[in-house]
Design a protein around this ligand. Structure first.
Ligand SMILES: CC(C)(COP(=O)(O)OP(=O)(O)OC[C@H]1O[C@@H](n2cnc3c(N)ncnc32)[C@H](O)[C@@H]1OP(=O)(O)O)[C@@H](O)C(=O)NCCC(=O)NCCS
Length: 210
């Protein structure tokens, strides 16, 4: 990520008045402004989401109806502590930026003692213009780091883009091995009559046990 977006290796100053962030910083080239000869630079921050981000997260998810399962705004609000966002600011010192990417996680159910707990990565969405700039990778890496603090046995993802997740160590598995995920998410699916005919690929990343 840094190699692409933070050639100076500098961490932009944090705007005052905002809550503390434990984030990565990177610079990405902004959309080319045809009235200018030089490309502008945008500072991006990956941070925990707050309630003020719920509307932007909702819009980002809606931008990708084929790949990302829609989520109601009330669902996003109730789970806001499980979302990360990538915020872009035209100027590092500006107080408020634009939310250009998001990713979330969810703990899957376990019966009895949590002997084999799984956490799912979901709602990964990057705004169209900002794709292929390393933002999705930065968000997924940050969310994996966060999830690992809970010491799950594995991290799970159902995705149309297995190649993207393979680079983080995810491997394809049979959907039958993730019945808890299927009951949690797929049971109310209106797109496919069975998770086994759904083209999404199930993948897991094993986490070293504590
Ligand atoms: C898939 C997605 C999250 C990737 O985020 P991104 O910021 O565009 O990805 P990155 O720039 O970090 O990609 C790094 C590498 O991942 C791989 N990759 C990225 N998007 C990919 C895709 N759609 N399919 C396969 N591989 C992909 C590529 O190897 C890429 O390197 P490259 O840009 O040099 O080709 C983003 O494109 C997106 O929001 N897509 C629509 C929604 C979606 O599919 N979400 C995933 C649902 S689980």
């Amino acid at each position: 990520m840094e190699k692409k977006h933070n050639p100076e290796g500098k961490r932009p100053a944090q705007p005052s008045g905002r809550r503390a962030r434990n984030d990565a910083y990177m610079h990405i080239p902004a959309k080319e402004d045809k009235s200018q000869t030089m490309k502008a630079t945008i500072a991006t921050t990956i941070r925990n989401a707050g309630f003020e981000d719920a509307g932007a997260i909702y819009a980002l998810i809606k931008e990708h109806p084929r790949e990302v399962v829609p989520r109601a705004i009330s669902d996003i609000v109730q789970n806001i502590d499980r979302f990360l966002v990538c915020e872009a600011r035209a100027c590092p010192s500006s107080a408020r930026g634009r939310i250009i990417g998001t990713a979330a996680w969810q703990i899957l159910p376990e019966i009895g003692k949590a002997l084999n707990p799984s956490i799912e990565i979901k709602s990964v969405a990057i705004s169209g213009h900002y794709q292929h700039k390393g933002i999705g990778s930065a968000l997924v890496k940050a969310i994996i780091k966060r999830i690992k603090r809970f010491h799950p046995a594995q991290i799970v993802v159902l995705t149309f883009t297995p190649a993207f997740f393979r680079q983080f160590g995810f491997n394809e598995v049979a959907k039958e091995t993730l019945m808890h995920k299927l009951y949690m998410g797929c049971i109310n699916c209106t797109k496919y009559d069975s998770p086994f005919t759904c083209p999404e690929v199930a993948m897991t990343l094993a986490v070293e046990k504590k």
